[in-house]
Design a protein around this ligand. Sequence first.
Ligand SMILES: [Zn+2]
Length: 336
Amino acid sequence: MSKQKICNRCALPAAFPGIRFNEAGVCNFCQGFKGAGGEATKKAEYRLKFESLIDQYRGDSTYDALMCYSGGKDSTYTLSILKEQYGLNILAVTVDNGFISEQASRNIRVVVENLGVDHIYYKPRFDVLAKIFRHCASNDIYSRKSLERASGICTSCMAIVKYSTLRMALEKDIPLIVYGWSPGQSPVTSSIIKNNPGIVKMMQKSLYDPLYRVAGNDIRPYFLEDKHFGDTFRFPYYIHPLAFLGYDEETAYKSIARLSWKPPGDTDANSTNCLLNSFANMMHKRRLGFHPYVYELSNLVRGGYLDRDIALARLAQSENPEIISKVKRKLEIEAD
Ligand SMILES: [Zn+2]
């Protein structure tokens, strides 16, 4: 992996699907990048849109927003903004995949206490999750396209997070679902999404079907069922505030330190909450030849949110063997 050609401007390597380099060693993704010029206007526009949604829905239901709260730095930062700057009444939900680092668990408890928000831990059956993670470690069950943006393990875990929290929001009639996606994960133009049953049904199917083939009916509680697509439920908006509010890792770290959030020492450089991430990254790199975070980090570099050298260093970091063997033991995967 290390000997691969890498774009001179971002961090995308030669193994990335569909990549081409010009004579200057700049990739086609960078050549097509329109620059950060129109970004500021777009951000301001989406911020206003967000604020008018808040005005429209505040106090309309028991909670104004459901925050998908991993306990990592980005979702902690987002949660603090929703509560402290916008005064929203929030239900924070953490889906426990069995691999939340101990420091991340402490962070979650102390942050929700210090901010004063209600919080739920939702823990799907570990035997079901383990079966899925084991399978995804060595098989690609999703489209090539989705593997460009995340490992199959991450995609499976996120599918369960996404649809189990959507189900909760529907059943509790919460009008807004908020994620702490970085601007590298969510561009401004998709940072506010109005959901409708038809699109949700189609999107869910693309994840549900592959997972169903691995784990069968056991995954049913984590997804919407036919009844949810009827007229009874109000579909919430998806909102990714960091895409339009601006983002700077240093500011985020400083801001959440006030809430006694501490960086976990036991996760990899690309996660501040999940131990499984290291293992998922390693298996993805082995099979596909590129890091599952390279797309996001390259977006951040191109957008001016992150130094290229920092991105490259983060991508080059090798997995901590202790974390890897801990994960393998818990998933009951034999050593290779
Ligand atoms: Zn590039």
